[in-house]
Design a protein around this ligand. Structure first.
Ligand code: SF4
Length: 357
């Protein structure tokens, strides 16, 4: 049973054709890991991200050649693109000129307050939102000394300092992130900043690790905040395939009932009662259903203990027995099939179910 989450009210901003914050759905984003100057490789990655439901895509812009490549990439997709800028404020200005839909800066490393203000003023005039990304490595020295390190309170104080000098710019659309690799620090920092302002919050656990550990840390950190009603967009950071970042993000949102997209797969862990080779069956079904966008619940269960119950509750399911499986659709038994046909028959029922919707 999914508990309805009451989201904290934030300001709504516009990123190209996409609303973010306010009553908008929580947006899923990721970041390309290619060299932006390699337009073909970057576009190929953008297409893979789009296919799995990535709604905003960030690209690193480390130099002028990347700005030129960004202009070319901008012309090849309608997905909102975010330019990620560090150190050189002129790159932020150039990225906006070639169509960046949002920019991400860290005012602490953009060359001083004056240059951050130049960027923010131009962003406000161009209607381009700015994400101010505070993280453990960007907290100002005096704040670090006051708090004894990059604590959650230090991150919040640093973010508040940034907001104070940027919020005076008329029309500037701000988004904030306060990322830390330590899950508790990030949770406390986001909880803290959400009491201080109503700017939309971009959630993330930074440098979360390789796919398995990164997914777990992100699910715990981001999931806790979302359950608190905090957060308007999220990026799961993984040392791995960027497509997995988006899949994990959608899984977090699905688990909390905040958004629905694609397949929710229920499958049992197998045990001594299992009399089919269930793991490859579940893996094949999962792989075959990756491109489905419509929300659907599919159950793949190993035996009669919990199998029929879960399979009945799902939109389509299979409860296995001795080298066979009982296929269910919308709570009704459709037929019994031998083990070798379970994948094929279950997929057939999934497509029948989707057509009937
Ligand atoms: S559903 Fe059956 S096979 Fe699967 S874990 Fe439970 S008892 Fe074991």
């Amino acid at each position: 049973m999914i508990q309805a989450i009451s989201r904290q009210k934030t300001r709504r901003i516009q990123v190209r054709g996409l609303g973010l914050g306010g009553d908008e759905p929580i947006r899923v984003q990721s970041m390309t890991s290619t060299h932006t100057t390699d337009v073909n490789a970057t576009m190929a990655q953008i297409r893979r991200l789009e296919e799995v439901g990535c709604e905003l895509i960030r690209l690193s812009i480390p130099d002028q050649a990347s700005v030129e490549a960004f202009a070319e990439i901008r012309s090849q997709t309608e997905t909102p693109l975010i330019a990620d800028i560090h150190f050189d404020y002129r790159l932020a200005l150039a990225a906006m000129q070639v169509g960046a839909d949002k920019i991400r800066i860290n005012p602490g490393n953009i060359g001083g307050k004056d240059r951050a203000l130049v960027v923010a003023n131009e962003a406000a005039l161009s209607g381009v939102p700015v994400r101010v990304g505070v993280n453990s490595g960007s907290v100002e020295q005096d704040i670090l000394e006051k708090h004894g390190g990059p604590t959650a309170d230090a991150l919040v104080e640093s973010a508040v300092r940034q907001i104070e000098f940027l919020s005076s710019i008329p029309g500037l659309q701000l988004v904030l992130s306060l990322k830390a690799s330590d899950v508790w620090t990030a949770i406390q920092a986001y909880r803290g900043i959400s009491k201080e302002c109503d700017y939309p919050l971009h959630l993330g656990i930074t440098e979360a690790g390789i796919t398995l550990t990164g997914a777990v840390r992100s699910a715990v950190g981001i999931g806790t905040l979302l359950a608190d009603g905090i957060g308007d967009t999220l990026r799961v950071s993984l040392t791995g395939d960027v497509v997995d970042e988006v899949k994990v993000a959608w899984e977090i949102l699905r688990c909390l009932g905040l958004r629905q997209r694609g397949v929710t797969l229920i499958s049992c862990p197998t045990c001594a009662r299992t009399e089919v080779d269930l793991i490859p069956i579940a893996e094949k079904i999962d792989a075959e259903l990756q491109n489905i966008v419509e929300p659907i619940k599919v159950a793949v269960m190993g035996c009669a203990v919990n199998g029929p119950g879960e399979a009945r509750e799902a939109d389509v399911g299979v409860a296995c027995g001795k080298q066979e499986g009982l296929i269910f659709r919308k709570g009704e038994v459709v037929r019994k099939v031998p083990e070798g046909r379970i994948v094929e028959e279950l997929l057939k029922e999934v497509h029948t179910f989707l057509k009937s919707k």
